[in-house]
Design a protein around this ligand. Structure first.
Ligand code: NAI
Length: 272
């Protein structure tokens, strides 16, 4: 969907997230940005949590342009105090949380396991997995009364795909998110809070800025080469806007009986 070309009033009633308060982590770029814009376009009040102020400001500007409401909070999702404070400032402004998109993440350091430093391992796990836990933990108290939807961005790596050599920390964090989401779905069902996980394949974003390949990677590379490309459906990476459509569906009551499941969005890349 072309976000800028569509008038907010045309679509705001088409799906039911109107006036819902949505918390989106990693909202300044890529998948988080596209989801924030789409949710706002459909009438949600979007709370943008990210480290990157400049990019998030531009998301805020766009939300404003189509008459939406947003709040940016400079947050490191791996820091419990900052996440707690961010959620509190959202409550101070909007008084509730209905939708949580725990999406912030990094590829981190790609390295053979024997060369991967404990610090690099921790950085990836802390950002991706602990960050997800903290985002969910601090929003639950504000969702218990009215219910809501939590969506977590995992990956095909760590679930269906294990050929991303050097991505042991990343894949472990992404596998952990799926287990965490299932535990949370069962635990939170009593509050009518649904929890689902999305597993994208390659999506065109800025994630490579958060990827450090070590020279030692060469020694563990496994040559996997599909002569006709590795994305059979569209012959190229997906776009963040395509993932945003899935997030909107999972955020809305149209998915009211779906909880505790992972959904792959990869153009069948992970089945090759
Ligand atoms: P991106 O790099 O374009 O966006 C990620 C955003 O998260 C950035 O704005 C960054 O500043 C923010 N972020 C990073 N660390 C943070 C922290 N500690 N606290 C707060 N914000 C932080 O990347 P993309 O692709 O949009 O990534 C979003 C999610 O999608 C990640 O969890 C990633 O693992 C996942 N994913 C991405 C795929 C891809 O091919 N792009 C494939 C599968 C999963």
């Amino acid at each position: 969907m072309n976000i800028s070309a569509t008038n907010a009033s045309d679509v705001s009633n088409s799906r039911r997230v109107k006036d819902k308060v949505a918390v989106i982590t990693g909202a300044g770029s890529g998948i988080g940005r596209a989801a924030a814009l789409l949710l706002a376009q459909h009438g949600a009040k979007v709370c943008l949590l990210d480290l990157n102020n400049n990019r998030s400001e531009s998301v805020e500007q766009q939300v404003k342009q189509f008459g939406g409401e947003s709040l940016f909070v400079d947050t490191d999702v791996s820091d419990p105090e900052r996440v707690q404070q961010a959620i509190q400032s959202i409550i101070n402004r909007f008084g509730r949380v209905d939708i949580v998109f725990a999406n912030a993440g990094i590829n981190g350091t790609l390295s053979p396991i024997e060369d991967l430093t404990a610090e690099a391992w921790d950085h990836t796990l802390t950002t991706n997995l602990k960050g997800t836990f903290l985002t969910v933990k601090y929003t639950i108290p504000h969702m218990k009364q009215n219910g809501g939807s939590i969506i977590i961005t995992s990956s095909i790596n760590g679930s269906r795909k294990f050929s991303g050599v050097g991505m042991s920390a990343y894949s472990t964090s992404k596998a952990g998110q799926i287990a965490f989401a299932k535990m949370a779905a069962l635990e939170l069902a009593r509050y009518k809070i649904r929890v689902n996980v999305i597993c994208p394949g390659a999506i065109q974003t800025n994630i490579n800025e958060n990827t450090q390949s070590t020279p030692q990677l060469e020694k563990i590379k496994i040559p996997v080469n599909y002569p006709e490309g590795s994305q059979p459906l569209e012959h190229g990476p997906g776009q963040p806007e395509q993932v945003a459509d899935l997030v909107l569906f999972l955020a809305s009551p149209e998915s009211s009986h779906i909880s505790g499941t992972e959904i792959f969005i990869d153009g069948v890349e992970s089945l090759l």
